[in-house]
Design a protein around this ligand. Sequence first.
Ligand code: SF4
Ligand code: SF4
Length: 349
Amino acid sequence: MSKSITSTLSSSFIKAEATRLGFAACGIANARTVEPKVQEAYERWIASGHQAQMAYMNRNLDLRYHPDLLLPGCRTIISLALDYTPTERIAPDHPQIAFYVYGPDYHDVMKARIRELAKAIFKSSEHSDYSEYSELEGGRFRVAVDTAPMLERYWAEKSGIGWIGRHRNLIVPGCGSFVFLGELLLTTDVDQYDSPIPNRCDTCHRCIDACPTGALSQSSEENKLEEASFDARRCLSYLTIEHRGPFTPEQADIVRNQPTPRYIYGCDRCQLACPHNNRVYKANTPYKPHDTNTPFQASPRLTSMTATDWATLTREQYQELFRGSAVKRAKYEGLMRNIETICSLNECK
Ligand code: SF4
Ligand code: SF4
């Protein structure tokens, strides 16, 4: 018979386990309904149309706002950040792809590590039977890595692991914004919950200045919580990854007219400009990721891809180059659409 897990969990144990598993940050929030002002801000952004074709963002609003609809009886949300800063970058005179797809698909890596954390938590719980751990998923815990409709940056802020910068990414102090986020939802309480930390963007606007397309704009104090300052329709990351089908002439101009080095998949410019990513920004020389065992490294083949290599990439080469990678999201046709929009055999940097 299944034993119930009634004890309050130790937050220090959870954080020590998260560190052991290689997470750059771990914070714990009480799983309350999302604040009304955040719900209203989110819906204003959706109504503005700035989310472009990402219709899924307008679905399941109830689930987004109420964690206990994602996991009945949810009491606790553990936010986890995993550093994906690569040690080797694609040379600056070659076409670029975003850091987050340098290595293996982060969904698989994050989910496996978060399940390891869940296993450690239930193994340590004196009232649980460790052998039943896997049966607890969906009932006592749930793992989310882009797989559940959650406001993950909101929960990351609530759990105190960082703040949402003007480039709309979460910044983890001492680590930066090149982090994947994931959540572990639990039906159990912990002995100590975390509080948000102050936003440290202050008067900085380097990310806004670095954006070549005008996708970012200065947010006022009042709308700091909302996405009003981000227009996905003008963002190279959105256009080269999420947009389906051919580009309109205006979209093609945005993608084509970016400064060199040009991004053929994603865009990291606003994050690279951020002083909280200084260890990346200053380095054309080797630098160390926070997690020195990070699996998110590009293969030598990927870092040496030239403009000609990209322009002549066959479907078979694509399959080989991105085996197990999140680039598959855009599919071969999507990647080649980007490349053909930007590159000719003689001119593509
Ligand atoms: S990812 Fe690139 S295009 Fe999008 S907001 Fe940042 S700098 Fe601008
Ligand atoms: S560049 Fe400046 S304003 Fe933008 S996210 Fe970083 S600290 Fe904040």
